[in-house]
Write a protein that binds this ligand. Structure first.
Ligand SMILES: Cc1ncc(COP(=O)(O)O)c(C=O)c1O
Length: 530
């Protein structure tokens, strides 16, 4: 068997070593007969063609035999690597057999949990680092700074360890704490920032990472949103892998969209191979992608806090190429959470929240996937990152996502007289809010700023403030407003919804995301309906 040196000169599109610099044993049948069994040749001359035989004494047959042996060895021992970075990519494509019962097409999942950081982000993290090294932006001993919800951080941290870089990450208080702890285990410094602030706010995780980049010597900010090495990584690896694994027989690609790197790079590659392939982006309620794609309008009213992790944005990252995406489909937090669990139950594949969103979206779009067609869905990350959330039954119950028998909020809404939520503006006077509540016979009212609900006001709280200081009635509502009522999905079981109505939250806002309608529901409404 030829000995292949560890030093690889060039990789093929799948990251497999195709050109080795090495001295190898070439078996020349003719010379074996003469008692000579070894030959030392360079792979460059070997792959250049049979001409190398003139230099080495190998004949053409030996040359072909040698190439064959090389390929066998390359295929037989692909699981030996110089370091962990070599294990990135080449993830399996796994057919889904049960959760897709309602889908006529064959559906495969690209299971990205097999990457060393357990997510697809390892691919782009390494590519961003290597490109930055090549461009002289990241220097030896440097510090990598990034705003990351966890997965990109993990990819950067792994590469940082192997390559000797320090990592500082900013993240948001919305992310699972397990993700932050995992990053810390890799030696990264993690700074947790508030979610519900504008990206330009100095406290946002975007702003904090920008400031750290300026303040830290020898720092490089990866900037996964606008760094095009991100989508390029998927153009060079994820796309070609899927094309090869399906033998080019892919009709639909369905991907959750965050930075846009995965959908843009993978979708672009596949569409270049076959422009008829349809690319479906999965978005979440509270994110701007769908409306931006459909209208070209950046609508700030689309933005509000949501639970789903990894997908959706409140700005347009440069890595999203909207021309690659044929359609964006929005999925509710509730459906994404439920399907995250269903994938494990039905397929035995433990994946994260954006995979749940992708499957929920796939089922919403099922009429588009015809018999005989092939759909590939990307499963971005591993379920271990969600043990405190979607895989925690108590959390599912608290959020109203548990499926329990009995009526759901939608059935109570049918009996409600008030069609849409009535709210008061945060700048309206307290006096106005009180008269609105009295006109409608409400004991509490949501408070809005523009189109967002930012707080609440109860009649009893307003009265006690006025009794204390009668002049306050001319002040704007925002001076005395209380915390906003929680949002619940219209499919929430009434038994769970009833538990959410407490003295601190005397009402909940029932949201029909698909119809874009919000209803206020009090304990009295629940009792009346039951
Ligand atoms: C779990 C998860 N799913 C989906 C995505 C979206 O992928 P992309 O950023 O390539 O659009 C991300 C990105 O952070 C993620 O972490």
């Amino acid at each position: 068997m030829p000995r292949i040196s560890e030093e690889c000169q060039a990789y093929d599109v799948n990251g497999m070593c195709r050109y080795h610099r090495f001295d190898a044993i070439c078996v020349n049948p003719a010379r074996v007969n003469q008692g000579v069994s070894t030959w030392y040749v360079s792979i460059e001359s070997l792959w250049a063609g049979p001409g190398f035989c003139a230099d080495t004494g190998c004949d053409t047959v030996a040359s072909l035999l040698f190439k064959q042996l090389l390929l066998i060895q390359a295929n037989m021992s692909p699981n030996v690597f110089d370091n962990i970075l070599g294990t990135i990519g080449n993830t399996p494509l796994v057919r889904l057999n049960r959760i897709t019962d309602d889908i006529k097409a064959t559906v495969f999942a690209k299971v990205e949990t097999f990457n060393p950081g357990h997510s697809i982000k390892d691919r782009m993290a390494l590519k961003m680092i290597e490109d930055a090294e090549e461009q002289g932006l990241l220097k030896p001993g440097g510090t990598i700074i990034e705003g990351t919800s966890g997965n990109t951080g993990m990819g950067l941290a792994i590469a940082g360890i192997v390559k000797g870089y320090k990592c500082i990450f900013t993240t948001t208080d919305k992310q699972s704490p397990e993700k932050n702890d995992a990053l810390r285990a890799f030696g990264a410094e993690v700074i947790v920032c508030p979610t519900d602030v504008e990206p330009e706010d100095p406290r946002s995780y975007y702003s904090v990472s920008a400031r750290l980049e300026k303040e830290t010597p020898n720092a490089w900010k990866a900037n996964q949103y606008d760094n095009l090495s991100n989508s390029q990584a998927h153009y060079e690896s994820t796309g070609p892998e899927i094309w090869e694994q399906t033998g080019g027989k892919i009709d639909h690609l369905l991907v959750g969209v965050g930075t846009g790197g995965t959908i843009t790079g993978t979708g672009r590659y596949l569409k270049e191979k076959n422009p008829a392939i349809k690319v479906w982006g999965i978005d979440t309620y509270g994110s701007i992608f769908k409306k931006y794609k459909e209208t070209g309008v950046f609508d700030k009213n689309e933005i509000y806090p949501y639970v789903t992790e990894g997908i959706g944005e409140d700005f347009v990252p440069q890595n999203v190429d909207f021309s690659v995406v044929d359609h964006f489909e929005k999925v509710t937090d509730r459906d994404a959470a439920i399907y995250t669990r269903e994938i494990v139950k039905h397929e035995g594949i433990w994946v994260g929240n954006s995979a749940g969103a992708a499957i929920a979206g796939l089922l919403q779009l099922k009429q588009h996937f015809k018999s005989g067609e092939t759909v590939v869905v990307i499963f971005h990350d591993h379920g271990t990152r969600y043990v405190g959330k979607m895989f925690n039954p108590a959390w599912m119950r608290e959020m109203g996502y548990e499926t329990v028998p009995g009526p759901v909020a939608r059935e109570l809404i049918r009996n409600k007289e008030v069609a849409d939520v009535v709210g008061v503006m945060s700048t309206d006077s307290i006096e106005h809010a009180v008269s609105l509540m009295s006109d409608h016979n409400f004991s509490q009212i949501p408070v809005r700023r523009n189109d967002r609900i930012v707080g609440s006001l109860s009649e009893s709280h307003a009265y006690s403030c006025i009794v204390e200081d009668p002049e306050i009635r001319k002040q704007p509502v925002q001076t005395i407003m209380q915390t906003a009522f929680p949002y619940v999905d219209i499919e929430t079981p009434v038994t769970l919804l009833a538990q959410m109505i407490t003295p601190e939250h005397p009402a909940v806002l029932v949201r029909d995301f698909k119809a874009d309608k919000t209803y206020i529901m009090t304990g009295y409404d629940v009792l009346k309906a039951i």
